[in-house]
Design a protein around this ligand. Structure first.
Ligand code: ADP
Length: 393
C-alpha cells in the first residue's frame, strides 16, 4: 500500500530515564518533529523539540512524572498535532534475544516473546514494552513494529558470538548479543553515499555516547562488536566500567562480602569516566577540568577505544575506514584526536582543521584510512523498517 501524503510514522525510543520520539512523513521519510523527555525518575523535563509541531510540547510536564505518565503526556500532545494522521508506529526495543534478527510486526505472540526477554535487559525492556502498550491504548488499530538493538549483530560469525564457557550455558542463550544496533544500522545505511566503495570494506564504527561501543562492519554487516551479553562489556563508558576481569567481580562478592546489587551499582553506575575521575560522567566537564584525575579518565577512555579497535581490526583482517558517531564521537575533536594518535601506527591521520570543524571527513589527505563523523540517528532506521514491514505486509 502507498501511504497518503500526510500520513506519519511515530517512532518511540524509551530508555531507562528518557523517552524520545520522532514523527516522519510516511511518503518521504522526512522528519516532521522530534524531541524527548529526560530525567524520568529524578526531575522529568521536556528536552526541547524541533519541527513544525514543536509548540505542542511546551510546558505542562510534571517533574515527578513516571515513565508511564511521561509517555501518556507525549502521546496526548502528538494526538493534538494538526494535519498528522499516524499510519504506524515503530519502537526501539533493546533486546531481541537469540530469535529476533530483524524488525517484526507486533502481535500478542511477539509481546509474549518480548516479555520473556525482560531478564536479559531488566532496566530497559519493561519501558520499551510499556511504550508499545501505551500506543496500543491510544490508537488501538495502529500497526506497530519492534526494532531491536541486538538484531544488527546477529550476522556475527558464531565465534564472535560465543563465550569460552560451558556449552550448555551457550545453548541457553548466554552469548554476546551486542547493542547500539540501530545506530550501526544508520551508519551502514548512509556510509555508501559518504565513503563510496570503502563502505563495502572493513569499517570500524565507534559509537561514543553515554554508552559506548565499537562495531566491526564488513560489507555493511556486523562481524564483531565490543558489548556482550549485556551493555556493560567492552569500552569504558560514562558510568560503566566496560570489560574487566570477571575474577574482580568474584573477589568483591566472595572476599569483600559485597551483595550482588552493590557490585552492580559499582560497575554500572559508579565506574567509567565518573568513577576514574571522581568528578563527572560528562566528557564536557572532564575536558574543561584541570584535575589530573579528569585527564587520566579521558586518557583511559581513549586508550580503551584504541585497544578494542585493534581487536576489531584483527577480527576483520584490516581496516578500510573509521567512523565516529554519538555525543562524544560527533562533538569532541580532542577525544577523536587522542584516539587517532593511538591508531597512528595504521597510517590513520586526522586533519587538525577538519577535525576541529567536525567535518564529515576529518582525515588528512595522506591518511591511509579515511575517517568520518556521522550524526547518530536511531529513529530513522526504525521509520525505514516500519515502511519496509508495512509494504511487505
Ligand atoms: P546517549 O548515549 O545518552 O544517546 P549522547 O550520544 O548524547 O548520549 O552522548 C552523551 C555524551 O556526549 C556525554 O558524555 C557528553 O558529555 C558528550 N558530549 C556531548 N557534547 C559534547 C562536546 N561538545 N564535547 C565533548 N563531549 C560531548
Amino acid at each position: 500500500m502507498t501511504p497518503s501524503k500526510d500520513a506519519a510514522i511515530l517512532v518511540l525510543n524509551a530508555g531507562s530515564s528518557s523517552v524520545k520520539f520522532a514523527l516522519f512523513a510516511a511518503g518521504t521519510l522526512q522528519p516532521l518533529c522530534r524531541g524527548g523527555i529526560e530525567g524520568i525518575g529524578s526531575r522529568a523535563r521536556f528536552g526541547g523539540a524541533v519541527g513544525a509541531q514543536a509548540h505542542l510540547f511546551e510546558g505542562g510536564l510534571p517533574e515527578d512524572s513516571t515513565h508511564e505518565a511521561a509517555t501518556h503526556w507525549l502521546l496526548d500532545r502528538i494526538r493534538r498535532a494538526d494535519g498528522i494522521a499516524l499510519c504506524a508506529a515503530g519502537h526501539r526495543i533493546v533486546h531481541g534475544g537469540p530469535d529476533f534478527s530483524a524488525p517484526v510486526v507486533i502481535d500478542e505472540a511477539v509481546m509474549t516473546a518480548l516479555e520473556a526477554l525482560i531478564p536479559l535487559a531488566p532496566a530497559h525492556q519493561p519501558h520499551n514494552l510499556a511504550a508499545i502498550r501505551a500506543v496500543r491504548s491510544a490508537w488501538p488499530d495502529l500497526p506497530q513494529v519492534a526494532c531491536f538493538d541486538t538484531a544488527f549483530h546477529r550476522t556475527m560469525p558464531r565465534l564472535a558470538q560465543i563465550f569460552a564457557i560451558p556449552h550448555e550455558l551457550t545453548d541457553q542463550g548466554l552469548v554476546r548479543y551486542g547493542f547500539h544496533g540501530l545506530s550501526y544500522q544508520h551508519v551502514a545505511d548512509v556510509l555508501p553515499d559518504i565513503a563510496g566503495e570503502r563502505a563495502k570494506g572493513r569499517v570500524i564504527v565507534a559509537h561514543l555516547g553515554h554508552g559506548a561501543s565499537l562495531c566491526a562492519l564488513h560489507e555493511g554487516r556486523s562481524v564483531a562488536t565490543t558489548m556482550g551479553f549485556t551493555a556493560l562489556d567492552g569500552l569504558m563508558m560514562g558510568m560503566r566500567c566496560g570489560a574487566i576481569d570477571a575474577g574482580l567481580v568474584l573477589h568483591l562478592i566472595e572476599q569483600r562480602g559485597m551483595a550482588p546489587s552493590e557490585v552492580s551499582e559499582i560497575l554500572n553506575r559508579r565506574s567509567g569516566l565518573l568513577g576514574v575521575s571522581g568528578l563527572s560522567n560528562d566528557a564536557r566537564t572532564l575536558l574543561a577540568s584541570d584535575d589530573p584525575r579528569a585527564a587520566e579518565a579521558l586518557a583511559l577512555f581513549a586508550y580503551r577505544v584504541v585497544r578494542e579497535a585493534g581487536s576489531m581490526m584483527a577480527a576483520m583482517g584490516g581496516l578500510d575506514a573509521f567512523v565516529f558517531t554519538a555525543g562524544i564521537g560527533e562533538r569532541s575533536a580532542q577525544i577523536r584526536s587522542a584516539i587517532a594518535e593511538g591508531l597512528a601506527w595504521t597510517g590513520l591521520r586526522l586533519d587538525a582543521a577538519r577535525n576541529a570543524a567536525h567535518d564529515t571527513r576529518i582525515s588528512a589527505d595522506d591518511s591511509t584510512i579515511p575517517v568520518y563523523v556521522i550524526s547518530a540517528d536511531e529513529e530513522l532506521p526504525i521509520a525505514r523498517a516500519v515502511i519496509a514491514r508495512r509494504l511487505s505486509a
